[in-house]
Design a protein around this ligand. Sequence first.
Ligand code: SF4
Ligand code: SF4
Length: 261
Amino acid sequence: MPPGNEKLNSFKETLERIEVPPHPLVEALEFMRGFVPNATNIGESGDRNDLYFLIDTMNEAIKEAVPGSVCAAGCSRCCYFPIALFNISPLEWRTIEVFLDGMEEEGRERILGNFRRDFKKKTKQLSLIQWIVDRPISFVPKLGGLPCPFLEKGNCAIYPARPLYCRTFGYYTVVSGMIGNPRFYSCGVQGNALEAQLRKAGPQVGLPSANPLIYQLDLLNRLDFPKWTGWRLLLNLFGFYPDYPVILKERWLQKYEIGRR
Ligand code: SF4
Ligand code: SF4
C-alpha cells in the first residue's frame, strides 16, 4: 500500500472513533419525523399524539440551536397587519373556542370588547378580504393597520391555544408552490438573524421545514370535516377550495361574538 493511502486510512479510522454529539437541531428533526405523521389531535392530549405539543417541543430545540434569534416575548410586530389577517382551519378555531369558553368572564369580555371596537364597523371589509384570500392567488388589502384581535398589551391573550401559523412563524422554513426552495418562515429581521446564526453553526445544520406540520394539520382537518357538497365540491375538483372551510380568524371570532349575544 502506498504511504499516502496508509495515512488516509489511519485518518479515517481516527475520525470513526471520534463520537460527534448530534446537534440539538438534528435531534429535533429526528423527533419531528418520527411523531408528526402519527399526531391525532391539536392541543387536546398534551402528549406525542398532540401536534401542538410536538411543535412546542420542536420550538424548544430550535431556540436552543439558534440562541441569537430575535423572536422573543414582547415582540408582536407579526401580530399586526398584514400577517394578523390570516385564515385558520376549523380544528384550530375549535381549540381557540374551547380556550375562550374556559376563560374567566372578564378576560373573554375584554377580547370581545376589543374586537367590537376595532372590527365591528369593518365587517364588509372583512368579507371582502375573506373573498380575496379564498382565491387561488391571494392579495390582501390593508385594513387600517389593525393588530390581531387577540393581541393585548403586546401579548397574545390566547397563547396556549394560538394557531399553527403563530406557533411556527419565526423558526421554520417553508416551501410554497409546486416547485420551490425552502425559505425562512419569518419576518425579514428574524430571517436575517437566523441566516447569520446558521452560517456560524455549519453547513449541515438547517432549520426544519414547517411543511410536514402544515400537511398534518390539513390531514386532521380533512378527517374531521364532513365532505363538502354542491358547487364547493365542483370548485374543489379544480383545486380552488380545500375540503374544509378556512376562514379569517376575525370572522371566526365574529361568529363567536354573535353566538354569545
Ligand atoms: S417573526 Fe419577527 S416580528 Fe414576529 S416575533 Fe419574530 S422577530 Fe418579532
Ligand atoms: S393569535 Fe396571538 S400570536 Fe397569533 S397573531 Fe394573534 S395575538 Fe399574535
